[in-house]
Every structure is written in structure tokens, then in C-alpha cells.
Design a protein around this ligand. Sequence first.
Ligand SMILES: [Zn+2]
Length: 87
Amino acid sequence: MQTPELLSDPVYHDEDAARSYLERTRWPEYVHCPLCGSLEKISQLGGESMGPGWWFCGSCKEKFTVRSARSWSARISRFISGCWPSA
Ligand SMILES: [Zn+2]
């Protein structure tokens, strides 16, 4: 997929269009979990509380968006919760 060249392209002005573009670029065929790499059990979340663009991985039970990196923050939070179990 080519990067839109015109600055008038909605990708540069509309948040939904930008997210959709990033999703198509990052996941041209299948959405996969950036945290564990799973292609299965991926479901789209939504609703007003979450906002658009959130996905849920049923394999690692984490939420992510197209902007999620292979997340150290998720690993760190898992590590921390392992060190200090919640009451
Ligand atoms: Zn996952």
C-alpha cells in the first residue's frame, strides 16, 4: 500500500481514516496480536467506553490498537503483577 501523497487525503485529517489506513497497512490480511503474535481469537472491541480502534486477543487476554508496539509495557505490567499480586 502506498502512502497517500496529497495532504488533502482524509488520512491526514480524519482520525478514523488515519486509523483505518494504519490498520490496512499493518494488517493487510489478518489482524494479529502485536503482543503475542496470535492470529486467532482476535475480536474487535468497541463502544463508547473503549472508543474505536481497540482489539482484544483471546490468547493473551490483552487489548491493543494498531498503534500498539510489541509492548514492553504489557510485559512489564505482567512482571509487576507477578511480583506484587493484587489483593
Ligand atoms: Zn495476544
